[in-house]
Design a protein around this ligand. Structure first.
Ligand code: UD1
Length: 426
């Protein structure tokens, strides 16, 4: 199994191109199921999860064709065509490896009138149920049946009527599934307390380009008037705000200066505000964000929240960074239970972190010492990379496959800005 070796202590400086957003890609790709015409996505990141989603679409009868990058992009171009669906089943083998597979449920019911998707089961950052996905579909007229580890959703008469649903808690995935199901419904759907994440705005904009009718985009109330059919489109995946934020933390912890090329500051206000509060200089440029950290870092008090709040996907990276802040920081995780698996690993590198309930107290400044570490999820793994960049000596990050799910060419990008980092096999 591959490992990543980092010899820490180098100041990062230079430019890092920001890739297309993983979480946007994973909700834009299933849109291909909604039409028999081709959907072309530009700026798709080269990631294990994107490849995995492509395989899932292939199993359903969707053809996928990958080309090199458009000159204006970093990522690839993929054209998907679901001329005729050959299956409406997302099997256990695929869903178990990639939770986002659940996002075929809504579009399959909308297009084919039925879908059978394996239940994703537990996952490293908590229980992560899909009850809200199912309740939203039910409110839109789907009949839901759970059997033998699978969920089957059927649109009576082949087409969902549409309906009104108020989410009891904000869910990104459930909002995405509901929107994709609603665009081909017979009537109107109103989704209240919908997620407002930029990836949902990206999804809605892509669906508009395909001929959907959606209003309230970017607000907590989405109104979707079903249309009879959608057509093909070409759409560019938004830049990855979490990748950009992660490299900003890497710049900050090394006292470095990084230009995040292609990052969109408007999508990451809470992250940038937190960096500024920590004493990091943030400068918005036309097509980039400049992050400069020269003096010491100030401690923070941060609580994760749905967008536009501070993203749970940034919590682990900030925690690593805040081990270098002068004083005690408090991080509170409100979205997922059990999202502190990086804490014992950071502690092994010398961090002083105490978890009480949903909050973590990070006492700085602590010297970090390189160590063999591993994490059980994507963002936790990135926090170990960030800590490794500032640690004395060598850090060996194991279970690199987590990073390959979400960070395109991680070592290459960090090497180019001065990090001593390499991937070794075996
Ligand atoms: C998405 C992101 C993930 C991010 C998360 C929160 C993708 C592929 N993943 O995950 O990176 O960390 O948003 O910003 O886009 N919940 C329920 N029932 C449901 C669905 C969710 O109780 O049916 C709960 C979850 O357990 C969690 C909360 O709602 O506590 C938010 O989860 P959700 O927004 O759905 O996360 P994902 O869409 O899975």
């Amino acid at each position: 199994m591959d490992r990543i070796l980092i010899r820490g202590g180098r100041r990062l400086a230079g430019r890092i191109p920001v890739s297309g957003a993983k979480n946007a890609a994973l909700t834009l790709m299933p849109c291909a199921l909604l039409t028999d015409e081709p959907l072309t996505l530009r700026n798709l990141p080269r990631l294990a999860d994107v490849d995995g989603f492509g395989h899932l679409l292939n199993q359903l009868g969707v053809s996928t064709m990958v080309e090199g990058a458009h000159p204006a992009d970093f990522g690839r171009v993929m054209t998907m065509r679901a001329q005729r669906l050959t299956s409406t089943i997302a099997p256990y083998d695929i869903v178990r490896k990639m939770r986002a597979s659940i996002l075929v449920l809504g579009p399959l019911v909308a297009r084919a009138g039925e879908a059978t998707v394996s239940l994703p089961g537990g996952c490293a950052i908590g229980n992560r149920p899909i009850d809200l996905h199912l309740k939203a579909l039910e409110a839109m007229g789907a009949e839901i049946e759970l059997t033998a580890g699978y969920v089957k959703a059927v649109a009576p008469g082949g087409r969902l009527p549409g309906g009104r649903y108020t989410f009891p808690v904000v869910s990104v995935g459930a909002t995405e599934n509901a929107v994709m199901a609603a665009v081909l419904a017979r009537g109107t759907t109103v989704l209240e307390n919908a997620a407002r994440e930029p990836e949902i705005v990206d999804l809605c904009n892509c669906l508009l380009a395909m001929g959907a009718s959606i209003t309230g985009i970017g607000t907590e109330t989405l109104t979707i008037d079903g249309v009879d059919r959608l057509h093909g489109a070409t759409y560019r995946v938004m830049p990855d705000r979490i990748e950009a934020g992660s490299y900003a933390c890497a710049a900050a912890i090394t006292g470095g200066s990084l230009e995040l090329v292609g990052a969109n500051a408007g999508d990451m206000r809470a992250t940038l505000a937190a960096l500024s509060e920590a004493g990091v200089k943030v400068e918005e440029r036309r097509d980039a964000i400049l992050i400069e950290a020269s003096n010491g870092l100030a401690p923070l008090n941060l609580s994760t929240a749905p967008y536009p709040g501070f993203a749970t996907d940034m919590q682990a990276q900030f925690m690593a960074m805040l081990t270098k802040a002068e004083g005690t920081s408090v991080l509170t995780e409100t979205i997922f239970e059990n999202r502190y698996m990086h804490v014992p690993e950071l502690a092994r590198m010398g961090a002083d972190i105490q978890v009480t309930g949903r909050s973590a107290l990070v006492r700085g400044v602590t010297p970090l010492i390189g160590a063999p570490v591993m994490a059980t999820d994507l963002r936790a793994s990135m926090s170990l990379i960030i800590a490794g960049l500032a640690a004395e000596g060598e850090t060996e990050v194991n279970r690199v496959y987590h990073l390959d799910r979400g960070y395109e060419r991680l070592e290459e990008k960090l090497q180019a800005v001065g990090a001593d980092i390499e991937r070794v096999g075996g």
